[in-house]
Write a new protein. Structure first.
Lengths: 109, 114
C-alpha cells in the first residue's frame, strides 16, 4: 500500500527546543491528520486538517495542510519530556488512512 | 464512555495456524477499521466495516477476513498464518464512515508468528 514520506526519521532535541517535521506524498489527500503513538499503545489523534492551506493549532502543536494537498508539517514549540514518542502523519482518502513512516522524537531533559 | 478495546493484547501462533482478533468499538460508533502495523512502520489499512458490511479493503490477501456484529464489535480473522503476519493489529472506530469523522484507535493486539 501507499506510504507517505515523513522526515526526519528521528530527532534528538533538548527540552525547551522547538520541533518541526513534515510529510510528503505523490498523491493528493482531502484530509491530513497527525497522530502520536506511545510504546504499547495505539495512535492518538493530535490535529486534523480539512482544507488546503489550513493552519491549525492545538496547544503547543501547530500543523498546516499544504496548498498542493500533497504535504503537511507539524511543529511542536517548547518541547517537554512527555512529547517523547513516534509521530505519524496520515492522509485520508475516502474511508482509508495512509500513514507515514513515522518520526521518532526523543527529548533530552 | 469506554474507548476502543482489543483482545487479546498479545498472542503467539505457529505458522499455518489461524487466529481471531477482537475489537469492541467505542460506544455509539458504527464503523470499525483494522490496520496492520509492522515493527518500525506506519499502520497499513486492512479493511473497514460499516453497519456489518465491508466498506473498503486494502492490499491484503483473502486469508485476511473480518466480521462486524450487530453491536458493532468486530473480528479480524487470519488464516494460514505466515511469519510476515507478525505485527501489531490495530482497530479504530468512528461514528461514521465519512472523512470528517474522528477515529479512535485501540491499543492493539501484538501477534507473533513463529
Amino acid at each position: 500500500g501507499q506510504q507517505l514520506n515523513q522526515s526526519p526519521q528521528s530527532m534528538f532535541i533538548q527540552e525547551g527546543e522547538d520541533v518541526s517535521m513534515n510529510c510528503t506524498s505523490s498523491s493528493i489527500f482531502n484530509t491530513w491528520l497527525w497522530y502520536k503513538q506511545d510504546p504499547g499503545e495505539g495512535p492518538v489523534l493530535l490535529i486534523a486538517l480539512y482544507k488546503a492551506g489550513e493552519l491549525t493549532s492545538n496547544g503547543r502543536l501547530t500543523a498546516q495542510f499544504g496548498i498542493t494537498r500533497k504535504d503537511s508539517f507539524l511543529n511542536i514549540s517548547a518541547s517537554i519530556p512527555s512529547d517523547v514518542g513516534i509521530y505519524f502523519c496520515a492522509g485520508q482518502r475516502s474511508n482509508q488512512f495512509y500513514f507515514g513512516t513515522g518520526t521518532s522524537l526523543t527529548v533530552i531533559p | 464512555e469506554t474507548g476502543v478495546t482489543q483482545s487479546p493484547t498479545h498472542l503467539i501462533k505457529t505458522r499455518g495456524q489461524q487466529v481471531t482478533l477482537r475489537c469492541s468499538s467505542q460506544s455509539g460508533h458504527n464503523t470499525v477499521s483494522w490496520y496492520q502495523q509492522a515493527l518500525g512502520q506506519g499502520p497499513q489499512f486492512i479493511f473497514q466495516y460499516y453497519r456489518e458490511e465491508e466498506n473498503g479493503r486494502g492490499n491484503f490477501p483473502p486469508r485476511f477476513s473480518g466480521l462486524q456484529f450487530p453491536n458493532y464489535s468486530s473480528e479480524l480473522n487470519v488464516n494460514a498464518l505466515e511469519l510476515d503476519d507478525s505485527a501489531l493489529y490495530l482497530c479504530a472506530s468512528s461514528l461514521g464512515r465519512g472523512p470528517n469523522y474522528g477515529y479512535t484507535f485501540g491499543s492493539g493486539t501484538r501477534l507473533t508468528v513463529v
